[in-house]
Design a protein around this ligand. Structure first.
Ligand code: IVH
Length: 689
């Protein structure tokens, strides 16, 4: 075979692309300060991929194109840790934390005759995910494994390569130290709540079982034999310790946390060096108060004696170091009793068993119902009426029953059979072979219609302010609304005739409906409730087709050719648009004055160069002019990014009425604060440009 001649300028260009993409990646993950828009990043990736296809021999070992995953393995090899990855002692009360410090002081006094009055502690959130070790050799990602039993875990090198936050090559910070020649770093791979909720929504859309919590989702994603699946999961990493290090030494834990990001290794965005135990407890209390607002799940705070010299003197027991402790938050699991099991009919007709329970507070929220997902899950867990159960909640996800406490099962506990008829319209149910889901097949079932309308108006779909569950029910019951287009024909008089509806609220709703008439195309597509078309697929379709008309005319073949659209999804879309009733429903919406807006990208080309690209925004409080999701959409449309928590790399905090604790954080970090007017002016400028 003839070697193709390799033009040197191509080789150089590939090197430049790899290093630009690596810097952009680090800026995003390790510094939370993006320097490149998603569009530009994608363009450079495509360019690199094309070059690599043309000149496969020139593919660099740290090319980001490796992040798509590799062919599946049969099993994982073992991965050894030297020194071992230890666990942590736990404390659940302040007394236990005080006792931990006392033990450490006593140990130093007795062993080294060293008298310490107060330790400096470096405190970090204890993130709830899976512990891993990643090895760098000569600055390049070499391999990685799970913690396992601490001495030996599983080699998940291929999977770790797909985690965007893990650099494939270490960087040298400007004016900072070079990375160690050889380095083993340890950290937690986790999934943030937004990613977790999105993944679960997509899984439900595809009728796959959802993950119970972000931890399971992260662990399940990392232990995939097929790393191409891992590559599609929104995994993040925060490093917090090192194993073997050659060519560098850390004098303290805070030094370690300050050094890692410089080499491109992300650490937790929040941590604090505390001068004594009181301050450390203060940090714990602060994080506990902010727990519900945090973008990821934390199960406590890890306190570490800051000085490495003292850490070395304190050493470890076989299980855990004497210089660190995990001060745990109260669990988000509780026990309660199932009073009844009922069956809910969803918008796709799916019939879901739901446990009604004695009210119980879980992580600060009162819970009275928990989903049992489907018949198989209910049988597998064997949940019966009267059972005492362990329940948990994660993020905004509907609480779920984890397990039955069998020792406490009452003698008269009753298994509840799945209904053979729809509990709402009495149509005999459908259970297709091989599917876990039982369905009401009647498209005019009142529950199906009602849920479809609720979905249409919901925040993630058309986002019609004030049109929540109760009002939709009222409108359906009063016969005013039976399909989505009917919402837009409502008059103020009709609305104010409803119970508990004042004139002002009626006016507000009419205004909200008016505002909702120009939805982003993706939201409009999503709001139609086509099976298997979740938010993400809706976005993909909006980008590809640019209008409802073009989407409705697409055949299966065209649809399947769209990246991420599989045959099942394609078939559903075709089926939807060839159904006369659905077509009519869409036409009625368009006749009612709804004008879906084509995505900016499709309409105006690239958004890479806008004034918002590379900026990160955080929203707090209530804006009078637009809903939070509308504000987010506007920022994103101009190439900006919206995060849920303030860090020193946040560009702007947009503060509406009654701002939360984020305002204080922003002030203390010196982040620029925009009031609603300033924010609107900024958007208007961008629109005009
Ligand atoms: S330090 C010797 N720091 O907690 C020090 N661990 O119970 C060992 N974890 O296996 C770990 N966040 O999975 C440390 N900031 C943090 C952590 C953390 C989460 C996990 C880790 C470890 C487990 C120990």
């Amino acid at each position: 075979m003839n070697e193709p001649s390799i033009p040197p300028e191509k080789q150089e260009h590939m090197q430049i692309l790899v290093s630009e993409l690596a810097s952009a990646n680090t800026a995003y993950h390790a510094h939370d300060a993006p320097v490149m828009s998603d569009a530009e990043y994608d363009r450079k990736m495509r360019e690199l991929r094309a070059l690599e296809e043309e000149y496969p021999d020139l593919k660099l070992p740290d090319s980001p194109t490796m992040r798509v995953g590799a062919p599946p393995l049969d099993s994982f090899d073992a991965f050894h840790h030297d020194p071992p990855m230890r666990s942590l002692e736990n404390a659940v009360t302040e007394e236990e934390v005080l006792a931990f410090e006392e033990r450490a002081k006593r140990f130093l006094l007795q062993t080294y005759d060293r008298n310490i009055e107060a330790f400096d502690f470096t405190c970090e959130p204890k993130l709830d995910g899976l512990a891993v070790e990643v090895i760098y050799e000569n600055g390049f990602f070499h391999s990685g494994g799970t913690r396992g039993n601490g001495i030996s875990g599983e080699d998940i090198t291929q999977n770790l390569k797909t985690v965007r936050g893990i650099p494939l090559r270490l960087q040298t910070p400007e004016g900072g130290p070079e990375p160690p020649a050889n380095l083993a770093v340890r950290g937690e791979v986790f999934m943030n709540l937004q990613g977790f909720e999105r993944l679960n929504r997509e899984r439900l859309e595809k009728e796959e079982p959802p993950f119970a919590n972000p931890r399971n989702a992260a662990a399940g994603s990392l232990r995939q034999l097929d790393s191409r699946i891992t590559a599609t999961r929104p995994l993040e990493i925060a490093f917090y310790a090192v194993g073997r290090v050659e060519g560098f030494s850390f004098h303290s834990q805070s030094h370690l946390l300050e050094s890692l990001p410089g080499w491109g290794l992300p650490v937790s965005p929040v941590w604090r060096k505390c001068a004594n135990l009181r301050e450390a407890v203060g940090f714990y209390e602060e994080l506990l108060r902010g727990r519900e607002d945090a973008p990821y799940e934390q199960d406590g705070v890890v306190l570490k004696v800051d000085s490495m010299e003292l850490q070395n003197e304190l050493g470890s027991t076989s299980r855990a170091p004497r210089w660190a402790i995990a001060y745990k938050f109260p669990p988000k699991q509780e026990t309660t009793q199932v009073e009844d099991i009922i069956f809910q009919v969803g918008r796709t007709g799916a019939i879901t068993p739901v446990a009604l329970m004695k009210p119980v507070r879980v992580g600060g929220v009162e819970v009275t119902r928990a989903t049992l997902h489907n018949e198989d899950e209910m049988r597998r867990k064997d949940v019966r009426k009267g059972d005492h159960v362990l329940i948990q909640r994660a993020g905004d996800v509907i609480p779920e029953v984890v397990a039955v406490i069998e020792e406490r099962r009452p003698l008269d506990a009753e298994a509840v059979p799945m209904p053979v008829e729809c509990p709402i319209c009495a149509t005999p149910v459908d259970r297709p072979e091989g599917e876990a889901v039982v369905r009401c097949p009647n498209p005019t079932c009142p529950a199906v219609v009602r849920e479809g309308l609720r979905h249409f108006a919901s925040r993630r779909a058309m986002d019609i302010d004030g049109l929540g569950e109760k009002l939709v029910n009222q409108l359906v019951d009063s016969g005013l609304v039976s399909e989505p287009a009917d919402f837009f024909a409502l008059s103020k008089e009709q609305l104010s005739s409803l119970e508990r509806m004042g004139e002002k609220s009626a006016e507000n709703l009419i205004e909200a409906l008016d505002r909702a008439k120009k939805p982003a195309l993706a939201r409009f597509i999503y709001s139609l409730g086509i099976r298997h078309v979740g938010e993400h697929i809706a976005e993909v379709l909006a980008e590809r087709f640019g209008s409802v008309g073009d989407l409705s005319r697409a055949d299966t073949e065209t649809l399947v050719s769209v990246h991420e659209v599989g045959p099942q999804v394609a078939e559903r879309i075709v089926r939807f648009f060839s159904d006369a009733k659905s077509r009519q429903m869409v036409e009625n919406l368009l006749s009612a004055g709804v004008e879906p807006q084509a995505p900016l990208k499709a309409a105006h080309g690239d958004v890479g160069g806008t004034a918002f690209s590379g900026l990160s925004f955080v929203l707090t409080g209530t804006l009078s002019g637009r809903s939070r999701s509308a504000a987010k959409a506007a920022i994103e449309a101009f190439g900006g990014r919206v995060s849920s928590s303030v860090s020193k790399n946040t560009s702007f905090l947009v503060a509406g009425e009654r701002p939360g604790s984020k305002l204080k954080n922003a002030e203390s970090l010196g982040v620029e604060i925009l009031d609603e007017d300033a924010f609107e002016r900024m958007l208007a400028r961008e629109k005009g440009s």
